[in-house]
Design a binder for this molecule. Structure first.
Ligand code: NAI
Ligand code: MG
Length: 359
């Protein structure tokens, strides 16, 4: 039996609370898996940083990246200046492991509240494939005459042909495998970003020839924002750059059950393998939510569903489906959410126990 090493970074705030529930579910399923999961916990994040002024020491980084996958809660703490933990842990892993895909489902499960009137689970079921390593997040740029009245700040939007093409190819592949509407939408702003998104359009057009069964269209990002609200039912899979994907998926999360429900996968799909054995990181989309940390108020469903994505990545399709089924049953029991709301009415661990009971 193959053993998969899973590096667990629970992180800060509600991170440990939700990851605990995710692991409870994964452990329960382990007897039905074809492989064995070996969870190794790493204490990274604020407490580590406050002790040592290093969020992720190099020796720990080496261990984490020698795993088969990472399961992460969230990092971020009010005692640490903003950005340090995010940059030294999450962004470092995304960039160093070249996790160039960020896959984010926006799927409204039956019985989950959406603030969009008259839309149901039939209407909201799409995935956003976000490019995860380039765009303005590449960190290229600088200041000119900083701190003077003539100050200029430049932040470059990086779009490499290789980086764009591998992301687009993943999206086509994923769309075909999903087999839902077989429709892939390129989201861009090609009417204004006439160089960067011209490159995206040409790459999209060329890769589309490899996937004759997938229907394609291109839409401007502002129109897509509008249609997430007006007619989300037109979407199946969308592919877009880093910043548009970041912004759109918060909107996507809110229409499909809120941040407590949104899961994500960061993947190196192998087109240019990184030098490390670890090719993926799974996490809830939300952050460490210091406002509710330690109160048992966090919704662990996003972390549990990130665990489902982890199993899918490891090829454990059938236990992954069991998680999905159990989450649906737990929601339909009517015990989790307050009526007409995506706020929860039972504690973090009670939600985990409820899902557990339906496995
Ligand atoms: P956040 O996602 O932590 O919280 C936003 C709002 O949503 C808060 O009101 C929070 O209580 C609520 N919320 C979030 N997750 C929830 C859950 N599972 N159940 C119920 N309510 C939930 O975003 P915020 O407040 O902007 O950031 C807090 C910290 O987290 C910051 O340090 C930020 O940098 C960091 N962060 C880390 C991320 C990561 O590690 N992937 C992602 C986003 C933020
Ligand atoms: Mg975001």
């Amino acid at each position: 039996m193959k053993t998969h090493k899973i590096a667990v970074i629970s992180g800060d705030g509600i991170g440990p609370e939700v990851i605990k529930e995710g692991i409870k579910i994964l452990k329960k399923l382990s007897p039905s898996m074809q492989s064995k999961l070996d969870f190794i916990e790493y204490d990274l994040g604020a407490s580590q940083y406050l002790r040592t002024k290093e969020a992720m020491p190099q020796s720990v980084f080496q261990e984490v990246v020698s795993s088969d996958a990472i399961f992460l809660g969230a990092v971020g703490d009010p005692r640490v200046p903003p950005g340090i933990l995010e940059r030294e842990v999450l962004l470092k892993l995304r960039f160093d492991l070249d996790l160039y895909i960020n896959l984010r489902p926006c799927i409204l499960y039956e019985g989950v509240y959406t603030p969009i009137k008259q839309k149901t689970s039939q209407d909201i079921s799409f995935y956003v494939v976000r490019e995860n390593t380039e765009s303005v997040y590449a960190g290229m740029g600088g200041f000119f005459k900083k701190g003077t009245p003539d100050e200029v700040a430049v932040q470059e939007d990086i779009n490499t042909r290789k980086g764009v093409e591998r992301c687009i190819r993943y999206a086509f592949d994923f769309c075909q495998k999903r087999g839902y509407k077989n429709a892939l939408t390129l989201v861009d702003k090609a009417n204004v970003l006439t160089y960067a998104h011209n490159l995206w359009r040409r790459a999209f057009e060329e890769v589309s020839k490899e996937y004759p069964k997938v229907k394609t269209n291109a839409m401007y990002v502002d129109a897509v924002g509008m249609d997430f609200v007006r007619r989300p039912e037109i979407f199946d899979v969308l592919v877009t750059n880093n910043i548009f994907g970041d912004i759109l998926t918060d909107l996507g999360a809110i229409i499909s059950g809120g941040l407590g429900f949104a899961a994500s996968a960061n993947i190196n799909a192998g087109e240019q393998p990184s030098k490390y054995s670890c090719h993926a990181l799974f996490e809830p989309v939300h952050g460490s939510a210091p406002d509710i940390a330690g109160k048992g108020l966090a919704n662990p469903l996003a972390a549990i569903l990130a665990g489902k994505m982890l199993l899918q990545f490891l090829g454990e399709e059938s236990p992954a489906e069991r998680i999905d089924h159990a989450v649906r049953k737990a929601i339909q029991s009517g015990k989790i959410f307050k009526p007409e709301s995506s706020d929860t009415q039972i504690s973090t661990s009670a939600i985990g126990d409820l899902v557990f009971s339906f496995l």
